[in-house]
Ligand binder design. Structure first.
Ligand code: G4P
Length: 533
C-alpha cells in the first residue's frame, strides 16, 4: 500500500467530556465495533479513576494503567482509527490539553441530564482554538434529561459551537423509543442493553404520520414530525466542509451503555472525519503527504517502578514514514537517535512495529532525551507549534527539605516537569521556585515521587497567585519599565520565557491598564530552542 493510501486510511481522535458523562463506555463500544479490544484496561482505569478523588496513591495506580489506554487503535470499514485517551480526572487536565494537540478531530460526550459541564467547556475551548472538527454525542437518553432543543442552545451558548443535529431522539427515559437518523434518513428503534438487531433499523423515505405511526405510535410520531420541521427551519443543512474547518458540529443522540446510537455515530464519523491533518511548525506548515518523516512528542509517561527510570515518549507522526532502527534528528538536542523497539498500541498488547504513518502514535522508550514538544525529523530543523502550556490554577513555593540532596531535587523537579506533571517557575528577583498545578493532589504526587524516585525531599510554602501570564512586548523600554515595576512578580518558566505571576484578578487588571504595551497570555506555546553548542 502506498504512503498516501496508508495515511488516507487513518483517523486519529480524542473523546472529550466531563467525568461520568460516558466517555469510557463509549470508547468500549467503539472498540467492540472495531473488534479490537483493550476493554479490560479501559474499564479498569475508569474504576480506579472513580475512586481517585481523595487519595493520590490512586493516581499513581492510574498512572500505571493509563499507558495501556493512552492510545487505543482499531480497524473499522477499512479505516485505521486511533483513539487517544484524554484522562478525565481533574488532576490530569494539563496532560489532557496536550493530548488534544495530537488529534485531528474530537467527539464531545455530553450527559443528557447534566448538559454542558465545566471540564467539557475547558477542553472544547482548546479544540476550538485549534479549529479541531468536533462531533457531539448526547448520551444517556435512556434516562430523563433536558429537552433536546434546550441542550442544543446550551451547547451553542456555553461551548460556542454551531450545531447541526444529525440524529434526533424520540422521547427519553421511560418513553425513549429510539432516534431518527437525519443523516441517513433512518429510524432506529430502541431496545435496552444493546439488543439492537438489523430489523429495528427502518429506512424511511417519507417522514409522515402514516409511515411513522406503526413504529412509534401516533403521539410520538406527531411530536417527531413537528420537531424535525423545526430542525429543518432553524438549523443549517449539514456541510462537511464547515465541519472540517471546525465551524459546525454535528450532533448525535444515543445511549452508550445500551450500545444505542453508537454505530450511527461511528458510521458518520468514518465518513466525514478528517484524515491526518497538516501541522504548523514555526518554520513552515508540514503536510502528511510529504515523503520525509517528521513527528512530535506530546506526552511523556514515566515508569511507575522507581527502579526503572525509563519513560515512554508518545510521538505523533506528522509526515513521511517512521521506521524502526533508523537514525532521526532530535532538533533540540542537535543529535541523532534511533529506536530499536518503538511500540504501537494496536490490539490488546503493545507491539514492536517496523513502520508507522501520519496519524499514528508511536511509543518510544526514553532514558531522558525527550521533553514535551520535541521534534524528530530526517534532518530538518522544525519546531511544531500548538502544544501550549496553560496557566496553572494553584501555586506553591517549593523548598529543599534536605540540604544534602540539592542535586537530586533539581534533577527530580526537572524530569517531572519534562513529563508535564506540573509547571515550574523561577522568580527572577529571588531565584525562588514556584510550582503550579491544575489540581491540589498533584503537589502530593510530586512530593511522593521526588522522595521515592529521586531520593529528594521537598517542602511547600503557600504562595497566593491568581494566574501565570506569559508576557510579550515589542517595545523594549516599556517591557523594562514593567519588569522594574513588578520586579517581585516576574518569573521564568522552564523554557526561559517571561511570566508575570499575578497575585489577584485586580493585580492583573492594574498591570494591563498601566502597561498597555505589554501583552498577557494565559497560554504559552512550548518552544524548545536548540541547545547552543
Ligand atoms: P466517564 O468515562 O466519562 O467518566 O464515564 P463512564 O463511561 O464511566 O460512565 C459513567 C457512568 O455512566 C457509568 O455508571 C456508566 O455505566 C453510566 N453510563 C454510560 N452511558 C450510559 C447510558 O447511556 N445510560 C445510562 N443510564 N448510564 C450510562 P456507573 O454506575 O458509575 O459505573 P458502572 O458500574 O456502570 O460501570
Amino acid at each position: 500500500m502506498s504512503h498516501l493510501d496508508e495515511l488516507q486510511k487513518r483517523r486519529t481522535f480524542g473523546i472529550v467530556s466531563h467525568p461520568d458523562a460516558g466517555k469510557t463506555t463509549l470508547t468500549e463500544k467503539l472498540l467492540l465495533f472495531g473488534g479490537a479490544i483493550q476493554v479490560a484496561g479501559a474499564v479498569k482505569s475508569n474504576k480506579i479513576k472513580k475512586h481517585a478523588t481523595s487519595d493520590f496513591m490512586e493516581i499513581e495506580k492510574q498512572r500505571g494503567i493509563s499507558v495501556a489506554t493512552s492510545v487505543m487503535a482499531f480497524h473499522y470499514r477499512e479505516k485505521k482509527i486511533n483513539i487517544l485517551d484524554t484522562p478525565g480526572h481533574k488532576d490530569f487536565a494539563e496532560d489532557t490539553f496536550r493530548t488534544l494537540s495530537a488529534v485531528d478531530s474530537a467527539i464531545v460526550v455530553i450527559d443528557v441530564a447534566k448538559g454542558v459541564e465545566e471540564q467539557t467547556e475547558k477542553l472544547v475551548e482548546v479544540c476550538r482554538m485549534r479549529e479541531t472538527p468536533m462531533i457531539v454525542f448526547i448520551n444517556k437518553l435512556d434516562r430523563e434529561g433536558k429537552d433536546g432543543f434546550d441542550l442544543l442552545d446550551e451547547i451553542e451558548e456555553k461551548l460556542k459551537l454551531k450545531v447541526v443535529p444529525l440524529s434526533w431522539p424520540i422521547g427519553m427515559g421511560q418513553r425513549f423509543k429510539g432516534v431518527y437518523n437525519i443523516y441517513k434518513g433512518e429510524l432506529i428503534l430502541f431496545q435496552p442493553h444493546g439488543k439492537q438487531a438489523d430489523e429495528e433499523l427502518i429506512r424511511l423515505t417519507d417522514i409522515d404520520l402514516e409511515h411513522l405511526q406503526p413504529h412509534i405510535g401516533e403521539e410520538a410520531a406527531e411530536e417527531l414530525i413537528e420537531e424535525l420541521n423545526i430542525i429543518r427551519e432553524v438549523y443549517d443543512r449539514f456541510d462537511k466542509e464547515a465541519y472540517l474547518s471546525g465551524h459546525v458540529s454535528p450532533v448525535f443522540f444515543g445511549s452508550a451503555v445500551n450500545n444505542f446510537g453508537v454505530k450511527e455515530l461511528l458510521d458518520c464519523y468514518v465518513e466525514i472525519s478528517p484524515s491526518p491533518l497538516p501541522r504548523k511548525a514555526e518554520e513552515r506548515i508540514v503536510y502528511p503527504e510529504e515523503p520525509k518523516f517528521t513527528g512530535f512528542v506530546f506526552k511523556i509517561h514515566a515508569n511507575i517502578d522507581p527502579k526503572h527510570r525509563d519513560r515512554i515518549a508518545f510521538l505523533r507522526i506528522v509526515s513521511g514514514t517512521f521506521q524502526r532502527n533508523t537514525n532521526y534528528f532530535h532538533g533540540r538536542l542537535n543529535k541523532k537517535l534511533k529506536f530499536s523497539n518503538p511500540t504501537s498500541f494496536m490490539a490488546a498488547k503493545k507491539e514492536i512495529i517496523d513502520h508507522a504513518y501520519p496519524g499514528d502514535i508511536v511509543g518510544l522508550y526514553d532514558s531522558g532525551n525527550f521533553k514535551i514538544g520535541d521534534t524528530l525529523t530526517e534532518g530538518e530543523v522544525l519546531h511544531f507549534t500548538g502544544i501550549p502550556s496553560f496557566s496553572p490554577e494553584l501555586f506553591r513555593f517549593v523548598n529543599n527539605a534536605d540540604p544534602m540532596k540539592y542535586k537530586q531535587l533539581a534533577k527530580g523537579l526537572d524530569q517531572l516537569m519534562d513529563e508535564g506533571v506540573a509547571q515550574l517557575f523561577t522568580l527572577k528577583d529571588s531565584g525562588r521556585k514556584v510550582i503550579g498545578t491544575v489540581g491540589s493532589l498533584q503537589f502530593d504526587v510530586i512530593q511522593y515521587r521526588l522522595e521515592h524516585e529521586y531520593g529528594a525531599k521537598c517542602a511547600y510554602e503557600p504562595h497566593r497567585i491568581y494566574k501565570a501570564l506569559w508576557i510579550e512586548c515589542e517595545d523594549e523600554a516599556a517591557l523594562k519599565a514593567f519588569m522594574e515595576r513588578r520586579r517581585r512578580d516576574i518569573a521564568y518558566d522552564k523554557d526561559g520565557q517571561l511570566v508575570f505571576l499575578a497575585e489577584s484578578k485586580w493585580a492583573l487588571k492594574m498591570a494591563q491598564d498601566n502597561h498597555p504595551e505589554v501583552s498577557f497570555r494565559t497560554t504559552s506555546e512550548v518552544v524548545h530552542k536548540a541547545i547552543e553548542e
